[in-house]
Ligand binder design. Structure first.
Ligand code: NAG
Ligand code: NAG
Length: 415
């Protein structure tokens, strides 16, 4: 009897500290998640519920996350760019091309339920589940370094970590200094095999070396179940100034990008998407450096949709312009079942299928040393496994320099 009681007491003494420390850890996590959400979700002036389940908060311009950064406390927000590059394929031509294909402009889903007033910006509200899906609070909204594989088209042997499984099919230029890039890409909803994979199509503007101080600005569309909790196609941006180490994030998920536009929410769903052998919908993105202030600007669609800018102070190498511009797709192949992923890139079809079946980037342009848009010279292509995802360039009058890219992932020739 005494022995039993002792046993009970020993058990009690053993377990109580265990339970209470676990409870303490979970309380601490709750508090951390709560505080993180509080820092991301600024008090809204108005909120709009999107049909996809998102909440879009209209935040006062000067309350956006960028201004949490100590270096930006005294920053005077720029309400328009001082400089806007002009070029060959202006928006009139793009528009006429669009109407000839009979497509309407792409919208964001939340527009169906309201709009944000002047002087505010629409911000996709981060939910508790969004943060909990990340491997850690710190990693939420960021690219995980260990999964990163940086493309080195410069070297004869690209430095690719195949274990990490990032795969690309891109066109790129690396023989000049670039002060911006533009392209029009059609939008799809690629199937993702599992939540920790993603599929994106974007423009990259890169400066610096790949061993620590790489500066990167990225913008395009993506499907990323882990980041957003669904399979919707979303408009996004990304930036880093230290090769994805400590700085940078997607959208407005850290202090960095300053948004001025009240119509486009970064990270929000866009629609409609293109359908195979059916209607094609495309978006134009322009990234450029203001030659005077040094800020990097982003424009979406036609010229009145200037979204905002990355302040010059964020970057080191991009201050002198970019040394590499890339356009194309990227997916994660986690090969979890020992086979190549079935996650699609672009439309999920190979370039050879052509218009309305394969995904494309058209009217590729770069901003040159005189701050003018021009057709890029010496466009090269790169893909790790052309049997899984491929890329094929072309030139014609209306589309200028263009390429088809993408693929289905796993197939007979990509086991
Ligand atoms: C902002 O302005 C205040 C007052 O003028 C000044 O004391 C402070 O150093 C400035 N901060 C930065 C980061 O420039
Ligand atoms: C996303 O797609 C995958 C398969 O393609 C499916 O298993 C999953 O349920 C989808 N997730 C959501 C939230 O719809």
């Amino acid at each position: 009897m005494k022995m039993k009681l002792l046993n009970c007491m020993v058990l009690f003494l053993l377990f109580v500290p265990y339970y209470s420390s676990a409870a303490r850890t979970s309380l601490k996590n709750d508090l951390q998640v709560h505080n993180h959400l509080k820092s991301l979700n600024k008090p809204p002036i108005k909120s709009i519920k999107s049909p996809d389940g998102d909440m879009i908060d209209c935040i006062h311009l000067s309350h956006q996350p960028a201004f949490d950064h100590p270096l930006l406390r005294n920053h005077t927000i720029q309400l328009r760019p001082n400089y806007h590059p002009e070029g060959l394929f202006d928006d009139i031509k793009v528009k006429s091309l669009k109407s000839s294909k009979g497509s309407e402009p792409i919208k964001q889903l939340w527009h169906l339920n309201g709009e944000c007033p002047e002087g505010t910006i629409p911000v996709r509200r981060t939910k508790k589940e969004d943060v909990l899906r990340a491997s850690s609070i710190k990693n939420y909204g960021r690219k995980k370094k260990k999964n990163l594989n940086i493309l080195r088209p410069n070297s004869a042997q690209p430095d690719l970590n195949t274990q990490n499984g990032h795969q690309h099919a891109i066109a790129y230029v690396d023989e000049d200094k670039y002060f911006g890039a533009k392209a029009t890409m059609n939008v799809w909803e690629p199937k993702i095999q599992q939540p920790n994979e993603f599929s994106l199509s974007q423009i990259w503007v890169l400066g610096g070396s790949f061993d620590g101080d790489l500066n990167s600005i990225e913008a395009g569309w993506q499907v990323s179940p882990d980041l957003y909790g669904d399979n919707n196609t979303r408009l996004f941006t990304y930036w880093t100034s230290d090769a994805y180490e400590a700085t940078g994030c997607y959208n407005l998920l850290c202090s960095g990008f300053i948004q001025i536009n009240n119509q486009i929410a970064m990270g929000a769903s866009i629609f409609p998407v293109s359908s195979y052998h059916g209607s094609q919908f495309d978006i134009s993105i322009l990234l450029w450096k203001d030659p005077n202030e040094g800020n990097w600007w982003m424009q979406f669609g036609n010229s009145n949709q200037v979204i905002g800018y990355w302040p010059a102070y964020l970057f080191s190498n991009l201050a002198d312009g970019a040394t590499l511009v890339e356009w194309g797709g990227e997916v994660v192949n986690s090969a979890s079942d020992g086979q190549h992923t079935t996650t699609q890139m672009g439309s999920g079809h190979f370039p050879g299928e052509g218009f309305s079946k394969a995904s494309y980037f058209r009217n590729l342009q770069v901003v040159d040393g005189s701050n003018q848009l021009r057709v890029p010279r010496d466009v090269k292509t790169f893909t790790e496994q052309s049997n899984c995802y491929n890329v094929q360039t072309g030139k014609n009058g209306q589309w200028g320099t263009y390429f088809y890219y993408g693929g289905p992932g796993r197939n007979r020739n990509c086991p």
